[in-house]
Design a protein around this ligand. Structure first.
Ligand code: 5GP
Ligand code: ZN
Length: 112
C-alpha cells in the first residue's frame, strides 16, 4: 500500500484539515509556503495521467472549500500536481499541492 493510502487508512498520522467521503486534505510534512496543503482522492490513482474526469470535478469543489476554510481564497494561491519523472513526482498517489499564504515565486526548470 502506498504512503498516501496509509494516510487515508489512518495507518500513518497526518495533520488533517478536511475530509469527506472521497477526498482528504492534510498539511505537507515539509511545507514550501506558509500554507502548504496536500489534497488527495481516497481512491488510489498513480497520477493525473490515470484520473477520471468525475474525480477532477469532485476535487475542484473540495479544493475550493479548503481554500476558503484556510482563508487563502481571496489572497490567492497555487495548485500544483506533479506528474512522473520530469514533473518531479515523488509520491505515486495523485495529489494536489495547495500553496499560499505569501507571494509565491516561480522556479520550474531544474538547472542544477
Ligand atoms: P511530490 O513531489 O510527489 O509532488 O510531493 C510529495 C509531497 O509529499 C512532498 O511535498 C512531501 O513533503 C510530502 N510528503 C512526503 N511524505 C509525507 C508524509 O508522510 N506526510 C505528509 N504530510 N507529507 C508528506
Ligand atoms: Zn495510494
Amino acid at each position: 500500500m502506498c504512503l498516501f493510502c496509509k494516510i487515508v487508512n489512518k495507518e500513518i498520522p497526518a495533520n488533517i484539515i478536511a475530509e469527506d467521503e472521497k477526498f482528504l486534505a492534510f498539511h505537507d510534512i515539509n511545507p514550501k509556503a506558509p500554507v502548504h496543503i496536500l489534497t488527495i482522492p481516497k481512491v488510489h490513482f498513480e497520477s493525473f495521467n490515470e484520473v477520471a474526469p468525475e474525480t477532477m470535478a469532485g476535487v475542484t469543489t473540495f479544493i475550493q472549500k479548503v481554500a476558503q476554510e484556510t482563508k487563502i481564497d481571496e489572497s490567492g494561491y497555487r495548485i500544483i500536481t506533479n506528474i512522473g519523472e520530469d514533473g518531479g513526482q515523488e509520491v505515486k498517489h495523485l495529489h494536489f499541492h495547495i500553496l499560499g499564504g505569501a507571494k509565491l515565486t516561480s522556479c520550474f526548470v531544474d538547472n542544477s
